[in-house]
Every structure is written in structure tokens, then in C-alpha cells.
Write a protein that binds this ligand. Sequence first.
Ligand code: COA
Length: 260
Amino acid sequence: MNFDTILVDKKEAIATITIDRPQKLNALNKTTLLELNTVLTTLESDINIQVIIITGSGEKAFVAGADIAEFANFSVAEGQNLARKGQEIVFNFIENFSKPVIAAINGFALGGGLELAMACHFRVASDNSKMGLPEVSLGVIPGYGGTQRLPQLVGKGKAMELIMTAGMISASEAKEFGLVNHVTTQEELLSFTHKIAQKIMRNSPVAIAEAIKAVNANFDVEKNGYEVEIEAFGNCFGTPDFIEGTTAFLEKRKPNFPGF
Ligand code: COA
């Protein structure tokens, strides 16, 4: 599959999606969002892929935001539509993806770029990264879920300050805030993230999908997370993965999960 603004590399059941507009610091335009939706839809049903990593092209930026040139002349209705459609086809889609999606932040993650990273299930950053939601400096607010996911990750007070000041924080501050889980050198970012992916891949893909659903329910006001957990827990008992996992434990061997 060929794309104009993203690259996709598949290795050992890990698909790495690279946002590839380095001359625009990988800013997300309409094409990028559509291509992300297309590739993610394909990867979700690709039985050979278990983990997705999202990163940016070049050494300077993960993603420096939504493409400002594209929305500079938008009306109120167009602005709402941009946010609604983007949230639906990319950001919420990633958050609820049934396979783990990890952001490997390799530089500037600003505005829509940080929102993309926050929609992923967790984040690893290189030590040159800078993160922030600078939208109010442009007279707008984060529209791809940033006002919701930043407080979930760092708490309300820190989120308010970051959003109001339109400031940027370093990778080490982001780790202190709980916004990223690990900080590496830029050279080691992808190999380190691959190692985490490999640890994940030792476990049951079906159980992981149920866990994603249950954890996400905690942040969905329309759901009772405990009820979602009970149902998801029960679902696992009907799977070959559960039979393999428990049998392997009792037989004192490593499980070989069929993945369903
Ligand atoms: N949308 C569109 N184009 C963008 C962009 C964005 N979010 N971020 C960077 N670019 C473009 C620049 O316009 C420039 O293009 P040009 O060479 O055709 O003029 C190119 O990427 C390089 O960026 P530049 O600003 O020259 O790099 P820099 O090193 O001086 O500054 C940043 C880096 C990240 C500080 C700066 O690009 C920036 O502030 N970007 C916007 C961040 C932002 O507000 N994001 C939220 C959007 S909602």
C-alpha cells in the first residue's frame, strides 16, 4: 500500500507508521488523517500484526501539530467538522484500537501532534523532544481530544497551565508529569520501543484487547468501568488463549497463544 504522507514498515509482527512530511515538521493535514485511518483499518484486521508504533520522520519533529495552513480560513461549522471528523477517524479510533498502539515521540509533539501521541495507549520519547498544546497562542483550542486526554494523563492543574501558557515541556519534564513512560536517546528510541512491543507480544492478544476496553471504560462517562471489566474478564474465559495461558502455567511451560 502506497501513501503520500505516511510510511508503513512491518517487522516481526510490529507495524511502524511514520508520519512523513518532514519539510512541514510532519504537520497533520487532511490527507495524513485519511491515510492514518486507512492504514489503521487495514492493520486492525491484519493477523500478522500485533503492535503498532507511531513516530515521525526526521530528527526534529514527531508531529508539530495540525496543518495550520489548511484551517486558517475555516468557519465555525468547518472548525467543528474538522475536530469531530478528526477525533472520530483517527484519535478515538487509536484510543479504542484493539491492538496496542505506542507513540515513539522523536522531537516536537505539539498541538495535534501531542494529541496524536496522547490518543496512543502509551508514549516513549527521545530526550530532544518538546511537547505542548500551543493552540491558544493561535486563538484556538486543542480540538483532537487534547483538553480531555491531557488532564487524564497529567492532572487538571498541570493540564490547565500547559494549555493556558501554550508552553512546551521537555521529555524529562513530560516523564515527571506522567505524560511519557520512558525517555531514551534519539538513536535508541525505536529499538527501545520495539523491546517493549516484544514484551507485550508474549501475552495474549485477546486478553490485551479486553484490557484496553476495560481501562478505556474508566474514562468514558457513559460506561461503568467495573461492569465493563466484569464482562471483559468473563469474555476471556471463552477463548483458546485463556485455555493455552492457564494450561501452559500448570504445565510449567511458556504459553504459545493462538491469538483468539
Ligand atoms: N502547520 C503547518 N506548517 C507547519 C506547522 C504546522 N503546525 N509546524 C511547522 N510547520 C512548517 C513551517 O511553516 C515551516 O514551513 P516553511 O518552511 O514552508 O515555511 C516548516 O514547517 C518548518 O517549521 P519552522 O517554523 O520553520 O521551524 P522552526 O524550527 O523555526 O520552529 C516550531 C519549529 C515547531 C517551534 C514551529 O514550527 C511551530 O511553532 N510550529 C507550529 C506549532 C503549533 O502551533 N502547533 C499547533 C497547531 S494547532
